[in-house]
Design a protein around this ligand. Structure first.
Ligand code: TRP
Length: 335
């Protein structure tokens, strides 16, 4: 059996629908997706089942969150004419592959996975985690492999999870037949964004984010009240850009001006307020086209139509892959 030859390489990536996406997602992965969509066949998973791996007690948020995440992806510039955006739980072949793969992945491999460890601590699950949470890298491998994708653009925190998919692809090919390409994780240019409060990471649960869907007024307020260098009391005090949240955003979004701002901050010739105002303009230049596109996709029924079409396309790929998997695993009983 052969890995089918395709004209273009395939990308699979996606998000958990747990709420609106923020600038950290934008620099860590969304921007990369938009750039790559013309060059690669692209599938975007809205990973609703994976959300349940931590939020199983609040499924009622899913209908809104699934559409919100889809809208965020469309607003940043993913083109529904060339990209398939689909709902994980509505591609039954993903669930089927998860079961088959789980037979040859050991519990120890999952328990020692760095991302699982970190997230378990974050959620307070160290002593008592569900089977579904521990196994989410296996289900994520099924997200990635159901369409036999080649490349997985993700934020750096997710690279160890993609490692499990690589292992599963290799092990499957070795045990049964050569069905899967080994998917390569691809990290965005900016690894991660610190939170508005100066904490290591912009994260919804820490409430320190600028959302892609925030109106201008909120963005301004959030930036103006963000922490800078606590040692700077007067605006002509020399600053320490290396510890300043606002400067880290200049580096991420305003690369050209950043060296000049850094110099002026150190000399005390630009104050924090002026520095924040400039950053606000730069971020607004990014967010404004995102808001405009969002309005287009907010027309009633549009997002659902896109999700339906994407999910159908995903099911077609899923059926092809499961066929190959069943042949390889001797479970295609009635041809
Ligand atoms: N685990 C990813 C996150 O939390 C979301 C995700 C689910 C994903 N399935 C995926 C990412 C497949 C890449 C590929 O951000």
């Amino acid at each position: 059996m052969n890995i089918e030859k395709r004209e273009r390489k395939r990308i699979l990536t996606g998000d958990r629908p747990t709420g609106p996406l923020h600038l950290g997602h934008y620099v860590g992965s969304l921007q990369n997706r938009v750039k790559l969509q013309k060059e690669y066949d692209t599938f975007i998973v809205v990973a609703d089942v994976q959300t349940l791996s931590t939020n199983f007690d609040h499924p009622e948020h899913l209908p809104v969150d699934v559409r919100q995440v889809t809208l965020d992806n469309l607003s940043v510039g993913l083109d529904p004419e060339i990209v398939n955006i689909f709902i994980q739980s509505m591609v039954p072949q993903i669930a089927e592959l998860t079961v088959f793969f789980s037979m040859f992945v050991t519990v120890n491999r999952l328990r020692h996975n760095p991302t699982i460890k970190t997230e378990a601590t974050q959620h307070g699950f160290e002593e008592n985690m569900t089977y579904g949470f521990l196994g989410y890298p296996v289900s994520q491998a099924a997200d990635i492999l159901f369409c036999r994708s080649d490349i997985v653009p993700v934020g750096e925190d997710q690279l160890p999870v993609v490692e499990v998919s690589r292992f599963i692809a290799r092990r499957f090919n070795e045990l049964y037949a050569n069905v899967f390409p080994e998917p390569a994780g691809l990290r965005g240019e900016t690894a991660r964004l610190v939170g508005l409060d100066g904490r290591a990471k912009m994260s919804k649960s820490l409430r320190n984010c600028i959302y892609l869907s925030d109106p201008s007024k909120d963005v301004r307020e959030k930036l103006m009240s963000a922490v800078t260098d606590p040692a700077r009391i007067h605006k002509d005090d020399p600053g320490h850009p290396e510890i300043c949240t606002i400067f880290s955003y200049h580096k991420a979004f305003n690369g050209k001006e950043a060296p000049n701002i850094e110099e002026r901050c150190r000399k005390g010739t630009i104050g924090c307020v002026a520095c924040k105002k400039r950053l606000f303009q730069v971020i607004e230049e990014i967010l404004e086209p995102i808001r405009e596109r969002r309005v287009q996709f907010e027309k009633p029924g549009r997002v659902d139509e896109i999700l339906r079409k994407g999910t159908e396309a995903a099911c077609i790929e899923g059926r092809k892959t499961v066929q190959l998997v069943r042949e390889a695993m001797h479970t295609d009983y009635f041809d």
